[in-house]
Design a protein around this ligand. Structure first.
Ligand code: B1M
Length: 210
């Protein structure tokens, strides 16, 4: 079992998206729990790439192909990752904040929330606060989910919170925040409604709100 998970991690690191997709499928057939495939295969590989990126051992192009393989592999897991429990009915808009192009965590949050029955409007990456707001109004969403991966874009989370507070949907829409540099203390400081450290707990919290 450990072998196939290592193979997934290794192929992800060299950006072999097709092989990653095949291996994830095979791992599922072998009965490996999807959460384990995600954590010990895909996210483990992405973690190694992150460490190498920081050390200057790999560069943006390598990270990009690894990220593509990560997203493709996660797509295969999507139907299996649906958490157990009662499906919620409700709508959320999701995006990565302005100036930020990281989408893997955001995609995982989306996947987990869809697995819990929440309808998601995905605004993609580099999303300015007014688009979050306009989309929430247009779609009558009850949650705005914002992801930020850079210390330089974390401030955009506050811009979204402030924009919602100053709008006519204040009090009707919850703002959820997350991403590697975000903390509960930061969430409290900017007045967001909820911070969760991972995608599964984000889905759980969203169900609670809805
Ligand atoms: Co970038 N990058 N990157 N990068 N990148 C980081 C974030 C970095 C920590 C790497 C490093 O130096 N160690 C660093 C940030 C440092 C800092 O801010 N202090 C960094 C940098 C510097 C940069 C550039 C500036 C590099 C450059 O160009 N010189 C540049 C910025 C581009 C931009 O956004 N404007 C850049 C570019 C890129 C790529 C495009 C090459 C690529 C992104 C591709 C893509 O996403 N499609 C990339 C990647 C992949 C990374 C690393 C390696 C991996 C990030 C990731 O996907 N992790 C990252 C290093 C690292 O994190 N170790 C790094 C896996 C993902 C599942 O985790 O997104 O944290 P994460 O999501 C988690 C939780 O945070 C949570 O759920 C997920 C787990 O279940 N979560 C939420 C996320 N969103 C949530 C929302 C919620 C709740 C939970 O509620 C709404």
């Amino acid at each position: 079992m450990a072998d196939i998970l290592s193979e997934i991690s290794e192929n992800l690191q060299i950006g072999k998206a097709k092989v990653v997709v095949e291996l994830v499928g095979r791992a599922l057939e072998e009965g490996i729990p999807p959460q384990r495939i995600l954590d010990e295969g895909l996210l483990a590989g992405m973690g190694i790439i992150g460490t190498k990126f920081k050390a200057g051992d790999v560069f943006v192009p390598e990270v990009l192909v690894a990220a593509r393989a990560m997203n493709k592999g996660a797509e295969v897991l999507k139907p299996k990752l649906a958490a157990e429990g009662i499906a919620a009915k409700g709508k959320a808009v999701i995006g990565t904040v302005k100036g930020d192009l990281h989408d893997i965590g955001k995609n995982l949050v989306k996947m987990m929330m869809e697995g819990r029955g929440i309808e998601i409007v995905d605004l993609g990456v580099d999303v300015p606060s007014d688009r979050f707001l306009a989309s929430a109004k247009e779609n009558d969403a009850s949650i705005i989910c914002c992801s930020a991966l850079l210390t330089t874009t974390m401030g955009e989370l506050k811009t979204v919170v402030d924009a919602v507070k100053a709008s006519d949907i204040s009090g009707k829409v919850k703002v959820m925040v997350g991403g590697a540099p975000v903390t509960q203390a930061f969430c409290d400081q900017i007045g967001a409604d909820c911070y969760t450290p991972d995608a599964a707990s984000a889905a759980e919290a969203a169900v609670g709100f809805i």
